[in-house]
Design a protein around this ligand. Structure first.
Ligand code: HEM
Length: 363
């Protein structure tokens, strides 16, 4: 088969590039291949959905992932401080405790019937860890999870007009909540995410845009990575670190990411016009695990955290995962333009008796 560096996909309306070498070159050249389209709605939003969003002044000005301008550097630096290697290492005990509590709950629940490991174990720990690291208290975690999933579907999915309206209401509710947090931070800026961003001199919309992206990308993606890693581990004893790297390489939760050409640009021997939207394959095409987090100026700020959380989840859940079997051979998937993972992972197995409180389980 001849290799095609970039092919136009009529259905997506985008140029698809998935050869790892070319993906790498594109990511490392943000002046030619800009990130401006990173958080645009893939499916054009209906007037009704847009009106709902406008009602709360919903806006995602360039801040982080979608920012090719000079404000990217200070915003990125301010956010990066929350996720320094030292802070990530220090969060391991909390991660372990949060997962252990949920694994124990899953074991108890399994006595009475099948259990969804996504909902019971994978869903909440990444959100609770993220909120702790960002210094955010009093957050309704189930609401944050629902808002996150809805926003991913709204911006990266193919929702019908009716569905768009539902999702837009959810995104507007989320955005309204973010606005309230900004108002509170302006009154008394503290050390938390909102305080730091307000002190940086950002507008309300910029603070909301950073928080909106970070509160979704910083946890839902990790829940999805853990869900896929759990699915791979059912009925087996695998090495946690190797499993995380394998999932990142082959079926990451963020399998693609977008860029757009600044002017006419070449990918290999294919000429792309100016303003050409590109879909980059980050995972599943023979590249290194590193590619799953992007490269260069916009490289994911949570790569270390995501890896730690997924490894710890696999370590803690190892005895449980080895002892259960999937109830559904092919579980329903979250299958969006840039996000993919099992939506649920229902398992069964009468295993309480065989699993005492081992060191891995109770850490
Ligand atoms: C499995 C989990 C995750 C995956 C696969 C993932 C993947 C990605 C990808 C592909 C990008 C775009 C990179 C680029 O444009 O070159 C990105 C950006 C980003 N990610 Fe993640 N991410 C994950 C978890 C996280 C977590 C846990 C955090 C926060 C703690 C986070 C924060 C960010 C931020 C802030 C950016 C934008 C950086 C910038 O534009 O300067 N991500 N991520």
């Amino acid at each position: 088969m001849t290799h095609c560096p970039a092919r136009y996909d009529e259905k997506l309306g985008m140029w698809v590039v998935d050869e790892p070498g070319e993906v790498r070159e594109i990511l490392l050249d943000p002046a030619t291949f800009r990130p401006d389209n990173a958080v645009l709605a893939h499916t054009a939003l209906s007037v009704k959905a847009l009106r709902v969003l406008q009602g709360v002044g919903f806006a995602l000005p360039p801040t982080l992932a979608n920012n090719a301008g000079s404000s990217h550097r200070p915003i990125r630096a301010a956010v990066a401080r929350f996720f320094s290697p030292a802070r990530v290492a220090a969060i391991e005990p909390l991660t372990r405790r949060l997962v252990s509590e949920r694994v124990e709950a899953a074991l108890v629940a399994l006595d009475s019937g099948p259990v969804d490991l996504v909902e019971t174990v994978a869903a909440e720990p990444p959100a609770l860890v993220l909120l702790d690291m960002l210094g955010l208290r009093d957050v309704d975690v189930p609401a944050l999870k629902a808002w996150s999933r809805d926003s991913l579907e709204l911006f990266w999915g193919w929702p019908t007009e009716d569905r768009q309206l539902e999702l837009a209401h959810s995104a507007a509710e989320f955005y309204g909540w973010l606005r309230q947090r900004v108002v509170a931070a302006r009154r008394s800026p503290g050390e938390d995410l909102f305080g730091v961003l307000v002190s940086l001199g950002l507008s309300d919309e910029e603070v909301c845009a950073v928080a909106y992206f970070l509160l979704i990308a910083g946890q839902e993606t990790t829940t999805q990575l853990i869900s896929t890693a759990f699915q791979r581990s059912l009925g087996q004893r695998l090495d946690p670190t190797e499993t995380v790297e394998e999932v990142l390489r082959e079926s990451s939760s963020v399998p693609t990411w977008r860029r757009v050409t600044a002017g006419p640009a070449a990918v290999g021997d294919v000429e792309l016009p100016a303003g050409a939207p590109i879909l980059l394959g980050l995972s599943g095409h023979g590249g290194l695990a590193e590619l799953a987090f992007g490269l260069g100026l916009h490289r994911c700020l949570g790569a270390g955290l995501a890896r730690l959380e997924a490894r710890v989840a696999l370590e803690v859940a190892a005895p449980l995962l080895a002892a259960v079997r999937a109830v559904e051979p092919e579980p329903p998937m979250i299958d969006l333009l840039s996000f993919r993972a099992p939506a649920r992972l229902v398992v069964s197995g009468a295993i309480t008796a065989s699993l005492t409180c081992t060191d891995t389980l109770c850490g």
